[in-house]
Write a protein that binds this ligand. Structure first.
Ligand code: ZN
Length: 348
């Protein structure tokens, strides 16, 4: 169960510098205050002035230090009030903690939130990584100004990569920003529509799932399992390494693959290792089979080993890197030959 937050999102677009004294935060956040109080951390700064929080009043009160006490004084005649230190200390939104919970509720790879250089109020909070080799920057912008948000979209679009931009509400997301975003194949998310308070943690509102939120974006950028040229797209989990890959031959032309629970049966042609003219396996495929026969090893004593294999092994490494989109060499030098960093087995 996740409870919608009614005032938080627009408040975050209104508070300059995401900072204020507790009474200002309370009055802006209303019933949402308790749900996010853990993110409002005291700074070392004492406020010089505070907004009057009496309903209907807009006066600004000066904070004076007087005989070890803090006094809130109104130029327009509100009654002076004594305040404790904590009441006049500026509290700022802990963007790192706040962004981490947002990123986790959206199943992103969270990064410690970092201010984006030259873009005021914009934080890089993580990456959307639907598959190995596919990562997209996710940024959070706190502005309520359409012009500012448009220039943020402008700046990010200039990098030429699709991205995900998150804002508290849609209020600043105008037509110009929407057009630009669409042209770069990027995604805009509005937190008030997605995130609520799930028992002391920010979490997705009921009826939403991270997969659903990113479904369209993912479909637009991550290839379908079968491409037109006959090669297949293997949905390697993001972060997988060669050690996580297992390849087992089923017959002369096909293998069964398992990478961290993502599995499938693939023909040599689907893995880009069949000859174009007759769909027969390439020499790289034969070499993969030789590795399987050698329980992942191939050395000069093996009858299939030859000087030509150096080049073939390099080509096989390239074929495998293309198919799985995992960085690094899938083979290691060992003794008189090579050892596959992945598990490879021959048919039984
Ligand atoms: Zn006043």
């Amino acid at each position: 169960m996740s409870r919608p937050l009614k005032q938080l999102w627009s408040a975050l677009e209104q508070v300059p510098d995401l900072a204020g004294v507790p009474s200002e935060w309370r009055s802006l956040l209303g019933g949402d205050y308790e749900a996010v109080a853990r993110f409002l951390l005291p700074t070392k700064r004492i406020a010089g002035s505070v907004r009057c929080t009496a309903p209907g009043w807009t006066c600004i009160h000066e904070i004076r230090k007087f005989r070890g006490e803090y006094l809130e004084v109104c130029p327009d005649g509100c009654k002076p009030t004594t305040r404790s230190r904590d009441e006049v200390v500026v509290h700022r939104l802990d963007v790192v903690g706040f962004a981490r919970e947002i990123a986790e509720s959206l199943d992103l790879e969270a990064l410690p939130a970092e201010a984006v250089p030259n873009m005021a109020g914009v934080w890089r909070i993580g990456e959307f990584a639907p598959s190995a080799g596919y990562r997209y920057a996710v940024c959070l912008a706190f502005t309520g100004e359409p012009d500012v948000l448009r220039s943020v979209v402008d700046g990010m679009a200039a990098r030429g990569e699709p991205f995900v931009l998150i804002a508290p509400t849609r209020s600043a997301f105008g037509h110009a920003a929407a057009d630009l975003l669409k042209r770069t194949g990027s995604l805009f998310l509005s937190l008030d529509e997605l995130i609520g308070d799930g028992d002391g943690r920010l979490s997705l509102l009921d009826g939403h799932s991270a997969a659903g939120v990113f479904a369209e974006f993912r479909a637009a950028h991550v290839p379908e399992p079968e491409a037109e040229d006959g090669t297949a797209f293997f949905p390697t989990p993001a972060g997988a390494r060669w050690e996580h890959v297992s390849i087992r031959f089923i017959d002369r032309h096909s293998v069964y693959i398992n990478v961290q629970g993502v599995t499938g049966k693939y023909h040599c042609a689907q893995m880009g290792m069949a000859r174009k003219n007759n769909a027969k396996p390439t020499v790289q495929w034969d070499l993969l089979e030789a590795f399987a026969e050698g329980h992942g090893r191939l050395d000069w004593r093996n009858s299939k080993a030859s000087r030509k294999n150096q080049k073939r092994k390099e080509n096989l490494a390239a074929d495998l890197q293309r198919f799985f989109r995992i960085d690094g060499d899938p083979f290691a030098l060992e003794g008189d030959g090579w050892r596959a960093r992945f598990a490879v087995a021959i048919r039984e």
